[in-house]
Design a protein around this ligand. Structure first.
Ligand code: GLY
Length: 387
């Protein structure tokens, strides 16, 4: 059976390789489901992806890629694995395996806090679908590397390396904690669990404003004497509510509740969800403008909608009476209706109209690899909810 599957996979891979590049041109209108559309987009992307590169975006007509060190390197293999999980297409699995081999070395990267994004979205999914000792070892090493950035004095994992008087922690870092919970479950070593809980508690105490929105960047005193600065890097202003930051917080505190069962985290996730849901600037189609304090006609960030939708669907499973699944489904419906790219466009990414880093004039109104990942994850969660 396995040999037959491999032979079929090889045959279809070869068929795929002999096809001219980009020959499937316009099929959004041909009645493909989003997963079918994504599969064709990603098969087209495979053909134009240079060896050793990871997809990132499509900007000014250029397909932009990165090395494995970039924080987004896990999303392409992760998306391929979600699509494979949906449709069993082994071409996607083979490509994911190729990328995992390139990504593997990042398990020893202690220079980034993004190991959760990079390794858990990729190897975490690979191990979930096909648990193997090799994947487990890579994930445990990744958790060790992430934990090496924890300071007991500050009570947080350091996000960005900077001057010796600084200790920078960004709200996005909540997304890396799931890897630590997995590591404790797998190894029985509670160190990872304790670090995740301490990081989340410190973040909960300091990162949030009275209206339950969060700051993007906090600069702590490295000696543990407290917060030195509260500011932004990717938002409109230090006091604004950067849309993707709110999405990372909502998703991250929902995972905290799943991983600990502590209702304090559920309460925090609820507060963030209420902030988003009731925000007067949330557009009618529920796809946020890139910052909740930006002008209504400023660029949308579809990546924020994708992350929020997926996070809200999990949150709804814990508190089903708050309208979160309705909001998540409205977001997914908008993305599926108005933000999916036609084949042969958008650099072969699925979702259009995202914002990476507007203040740096980088990745504005473009596709982003993580928008595709969380959109597909959200669709799969919605599908599971319907079953
Ligand atoms: N973690 C970086 C971002 O959300 O853009």
């Amino acid at each position: 059976m396995k040999r037959l599957m491999m032979a079929l996979a090889f045959a279809s891979l070869m068929a795929c390789e002999t096809k001219p590049k980009q020959e499937e041109s316009s099929a959004k209108s041909e009645g493909l489901t989003p997963v079918e559309l994504a599969t064709v987009h990603y098969k087209n992307m495979m053909k134009v992806l240079d060896d050793g590169e990871f997809p990132r975006s499509f900007e000014d007509g250029d397909f932009t890629t990165s090395s494995s060190e970039w924080w987004c390197s896990g999303f392409y293999p992760g998306t391929l694995l979600y699509l494979y999980e949906s449709n069993g297409d082994t071409i996607l699995l083979n490509e994911a395996d190729r990328m995992l081999a390139l990504l593997e070395k990042e398990q020893f990267n202690t220079g980034t806090h993004d190991l959760g994004f990079m390794m858990f979205c990729s190897f975490g999914n690979a191990n979930r679908l096909d648990p193997t000792p090799a994947y487990k070892e890579i994930l445990v090493h990744s958790a060790q590397s992430l934990a090496s950035r924890f300071s007991p004095e500050v009570g947080c994992i350091r996000s960005w390396d900077s001057g010796s008087d600084d200790y920078i922690v960004i709200i996005d870092n909540m997304m890396n904690l799931e890897l630590l919970f997995w590591a404790t479950q797998e190894t029985g070593d509670s160190t990872y669990y304790d670090i995740a809980v301490t990081h989340a508690n410190t973040t909960m105490n300091n990162h949030f404003r009275a209206d339950n929105s969060s700051y993007h960047v906090l600069n702590y005193a490295p000696d543990g004497s407290g917060v030195q600065e509260k500011k932004t890097a990717q938002g409109l202003s230090d006091e604004s509510a950067w849309a993707r930051g709110q999405a990372w917080g909502l998703y991250g505190f929902t995972v905290m509740f799943r991983s600990t069962g502590d209702s304090v985290y559920l309460a925090q996730a609820n507060k963030i969800a209420q902030f988003v849901m009731n925000h007067p600037n949330l557009p009618e189609d529920k796809v946020p403008v890139w910052d909740f304090d930006a002008a209504p006609d400023a660029p949308r960030d579809a990546s924020a909608a994708a992350i929020l939708a997926s996070g809200l669907l999990e949150l709804d499973s814990y508190v089903p009476d708050q309208g979160y699944s309705e909001l998540a489904n409205a977001m997914l419906t908008s993305l599926s209706t108005n933000y999916l790219a036609d084949l042969g466009t958008n650099g072969n990414f699925l979702i259009e109209h995202c914002v990476g880093h507007l203040p740096a004039n980088s990745e504005v109104d473009v596709p982003l690899t993580y928008a595709d990942y969380y959109y597909i994850e959200g669709l799969m969660r919605a599908e599971k909810g319907r079953r």
